[in-house]
Design a protein. Structure first.
Length: 566
């Protein structure tokens, strides 16, 4: 699919010159910093040197004092405490983090991850029944619960207190829990609103340690979990998330927990970045909850025994392989449903099969977005007979809003602009399908259906010096709202093209009228091999990064797209 290249709005000359002289950086670096809101020395200092000392006081979060006091009361009175969390990466890392801390200071603590297929997302009635049966009087719910009004009322009737630690958008009212920690709740003065679910759990632990004058070093071994959650949940890499991701990656690279140490691929050990977590670690952690049970992932991350950990990792790798096969099979079945559909006449993609595995429908939805670039919903049937869907959107289109407009046909929904989940009764499927398509058709503009590559700046290869490369790398960790800078360079030729696998391109790129040549990799760009080998001139958009092989790192350009000159 052709992509639109769009150069970001460039800062004014005055702003660029002010940054350049204040920080003693190049013009290009000044432009990159201005685009990220780094306009003075103090902002630059905190941006380039993230420090845990700059984390906000956790007691700024509404109900934090209540939550900490309730946990202390439970410990002092020898109550049974249950740590509950979602089955995805954010939820299981959050459960691991809070359980690891509390179990180190108190023995009557257990954890519970709901079954994706038999319980579904969020606080389940089965988990409350489990708490009753095991005489648990305090539950800490992580990465979920902000919409669990009925479940919390039921738990209250059973004498069970809940501390909710969530980061999703609440309804107009919040559940009647003992304490609700969510920086997005109305009236919460906490300065940073974009924490992951595990991040909220981290703030709870941070508050407990501060309240009772415990050693702050206790937090260090937990930071790798927070970094993994931030990467996997695709939250903004700004503010506190940037600090926590930076510190967590440092922990992953220097002294990771045993499970992560065994899971990290050999070629990137000591050099793990956010992208590595997204593609090498998160899918394996997720596979447990997608295919079998999320508690498998928690057990693995908690493990301190090398032999046990190897066994758990082997189990997780096996589940991940099964997940990959299910992913491929389900995608092929979805494409078969769409093969006779005229794509020029639809504005959304909606597919359904009652036997699709609920654990892979989100992945399939993302694949279909990549192929057709439309808001996409993939439905299957759950254990209660309802239809449930994972929804994924395209750049700039608020799919959550479209779902909300048709929520009268739904029994449940939640999420955000780019990704959501929903449930409905089977008899409402066709009506919802038509209504959603009509909403997208009415609201959509042409820009929504063309993938956009946003370009930070056009660059000459003469500007790519070692110091510039190092400066770009210091802008990491990269992720939403602080993406790896994208550059455009023109008038290029390939000097050495090789096909890697069946569809990837590895080459050296030379810019005419310069002395500079750089190694480059283009995933799924092998289709351009003939023209590249023939020496055809082209323009290229790319990011700059490091390629690690056998412990050695070399600079390379990571190609996002190529256009040949007419």
């Amino acid at each position: 699919m052709d992509k639109k290249w769009q150069i970001k709005e460039q800062p004014t000359t005055e702003v660029v010159e002010s940054i350049r002289t204040t920080l003693s950086v190049s013009e290009t670096t000044a432009i990159l910093l201005a685009q990220r809101g780094i306009t003075d020395f103090e902002k630059a200092k905190s941006f380039f040197n993230p420090s845990l000392k700059d984390l906000h006081n956790p007691f700024l979060m509404k109900d934090m004092d209540v939550a900490v006091s309730r946990i202390k009361w439970a410990i002092d009175n020898e109550e049974n405490i249950l740590i509950f969390g979602d089955y995805d990466v954010d939820g299981t890392t959050a459960v691991t983090l809070v359980y690891e801390f509390l179990s180190s200071i108190y023995s009557n603590v257990t954890y519970y991850i709901p079954d994706r297929n038999n319980e579904g997302y969020g606080i389940s009635y089965q988990s409350i029944d489990h708490a009753v049966a095991n005489k648990i009087s305090l539950v800490i719910a992580l990465d979920c619960g902000i919409k669990a009004h009925d479940q919390i009322d039921f738990a209250n009737s059973k004498g069970i207190d809940y501390i909710i630690c969530d980061h999703h958008l609440p309804d107009k009212s919040i559940p009647n829990a003992y304490a609700v920690l969510d920086p997005k709740r109305k009236g919460c003065p906490y300065p940073y609103k974009e924490l992951s679910g595990c991040g909220v759990g981290f703030k709870l632990v941070q508050a407990y340690i501060a309240q009772f004058n415990m050693d702050n070093d206790i937090l260090d071994p937990l930071l790798d979990l927070v970094a993994v959650s931030i990467a996997a949940d695709i939250v903004p890499i700004t503010g506190e998330n940037r600090i926590l991701a930076y510190a967590g990656l440092k922990r992953l690279n220097e002294n990771p927990r045993l499970g992560f140490e065994q899971m990290i691929p050999t070629n990137i050990k000591g050099n793990v970045n956010i992208s590595n977590v997204v593609f090498s670690i998160a899918p394996k952690i997720n596979a447990a909850g997608r295919i079998k049970h999320g508690s498998e992932a928690v057990r693995f991350m908690l493990s301190k025994n090398e032999e046990d950990c190897k066994k758990y990792l082997a189990d997780i790798n096996s589940l991940n392989n099964e997940r990959k096969k299910l992913d491929i099979d389900t995608t092929e079945q979805a494409l078969d449903q769409l093969k006779d559909l005229d794509q020029s006449k639809t504005f959304s993609t909606i597919v359904y099969h009652p036997e699709w595995n609920k654990g892979v429908i989100g992945i399939v939805a993302s694949r279909l977005v990549d192929m057709f670039y439309k808001p996409t919903l993939v439905f299957t049937k759950n254990y209660e007979g309802e239809l449930v869907a994972s929804a994924r959107s395209v750049q700039e289109y608020d799919m959550y809003n479209a779902i909300e407009k048709n929520s009268g046909l739904l029994t449940q929904f939640g999420g955000h602009m780019a990704a959501a989940g929903l449930a409905l009764k089977e008899e409402n499927f066709e009506a919802f399908k038509k209504a959603f398509e009509a909403t997208v058709r009415e609201e959509s503009e042409a820009k929504h259906f063309t993938p956009i590559i946003e370009i930070d700046k056009q660059l000459s290869f003469n500007d790519i010096s070692k110091s510039f490369l190092e400066t770009v790398m210091r802008m990491a960790p990269f992720g939403p709202e602080n993406m790896n800078p994208v550059f455009l360079s023109k008038n290029l030729i390939a000097t050495d093209f090789r096909l890697v696998g069946k569809e990837h391109a590895r080459l050296y790129v030379h810019q005419k009228n310069t002395r500079s040549t750089f190694p480059a990799i283009g995933f799924k760009l092998g289709k351009f091999g003939k023209k590249l080998q023939e020496g055809c001139s082209f323009d290229m958009v790319y990011t700059i990064g490091m390629n690690y092989w056998q412990g050695k790192g070399t600079w390379q350009l990571n190609i996002k797209d190529i256009r040949f000159e007419e």
